[in-house]
Design a protein around this ligand. Structure first.
Ligand code: SME
Length: 160
């Protein structure tokens, strides 16, 4: 059993502790799927108000579903499609306050109202995206984006 000391006092502390827990959990493991699975579980456990948290991996030029927590989701997403495909195509974090207003948003869970997708980059290319969905509108602020970008940097050399 793993025990983590995650402070919930401020968002900055929460993300700092989450990054150290993720670092400890993945540092000695070379299997990328195991590391993504534990990352999804950790994020799901400690970030409030999520209805989906997980990964899509770049496989053969499209995004393919990876380890996640939440409801069963769409398996393949073409580059440029939806929030995930936009993050993968542009290499830029997508922070969507209202998914219903995002052109081409792909609804995997009808409960989703806002979404944060962070590209994971290695050697200049996007190798995966971290996708978080919330049932609350405007759930993700700039601190969430920065916190998740730090997790993505940490994971970039540890997800295979
Ligand atoms: N909403 C995403 C699809 C993936 S699910 O949220 C898990 C999108 O528009 O790309």
């Amino acid at each position: 059993m793993y025990q983590f000391d995650i402070a919930a006092g401020s968002k900055a502390e929460l993300y700092r502790d989450l990054a150290s827990a993720l670092d400890a959990l993945t540092a000695d493991e070379t299997d990328g799927i195991a590391n993504m699975a534990n990352a999804a579980a950790l994020i799901w456990q400690y970030l409030p108000d999520l209805n989906w948290a997980g990964f899509y991996r770049m496989v053969g030029g499209e995004l393919v579903l990876g380890p996640f927590q939440g409801k069963a989701a769409c398996i393949r997403i073409r580059l440029g499609k939806g929030v995930c495909g936009t993050a993968a195509a542009t290499g830029e974090t997508q922070r969507v306050a209202d998914v219903l207003a995002f052109p081409g948003h792909i609804a995997c869970d009808a409960a989703s109202r806002s979404e944060l997708v962070v590209p994971i980059v290695r050697d200049g290319g996007v190798i995966a995206v971290l996708d978080l969905d919330s049932p609350l509108p405007e759930r993700f602020d700039a601190e969430d984006a920065a916190g998740c970008e730090a997790l993505a940097v940490l994971l970039s050399s540890r997800i295979g």
